[in-house]
Design a binder for this molecule. Sequence first.
Ligand code: 5GP
Length: 194
Amino acid sequence: MKLLEERIQKDGIVKAGNVLKVDSFLNHQMDIDLFNAMGKEFKRLFGTVGINKIITIEASGIGIACIAAQYFGVPVVFAKKSQSVNIDGEVYSTQIESFTHKQVYNVIVSKKYLSPNDNVLIIDDFLANGCAMNGLLDIVRSAGATVAGIGIAIEKGFQKGGETLRAQGYRVESLAIVDAMNDETGEIIFRTQG
Ligand code: 5GP
């Protein structure tokens, strides 16, 4: 998506350790005009596959998912990061290792909000090694719900998440795919998408 690529090129900052900072428009301050354009694009990509729910994970996925949901007319459920392992059986839970914080989180979704009747679109801000997405997939599978697709704002194509998920048969649509970036020169190279 040209608009997102241009914005990353203009305002994204390449940090050491393969981290792309996009705090000025996506991860901290949020550019709602851009989010609307992204939401419309997700709707164009996934609008015909009968999605009835969007799933994401707190915190950065929520804004993107909510704006996208307005175009689908469906609710958003966000997986919560939880301190404790829940043992009362009322939630689906899994563990996710954070790429940016190098920490393992317990993540939960209440059983009330996800069921075998759901056909879900999973949305997140970044796809890197796929740990966050694998956790969300684990939760959706535990609920017996169907994964209609995975929508990502920024995929880092030089990390293995996207390739692995596509090889597993998931439809992964990333609005921008960064194939290379250099923290010394600040250069960012995008994959050409059809
Ligand atoms: P993964 O689990 O795929 O390795 O990483 C995805 C998660 O880590 C995303 O939810 C995102 O919050 C965070 N993340 C991964 N790479 C980056 C990055 O380069 N920049 C930022 N801002 N977040 C990232």
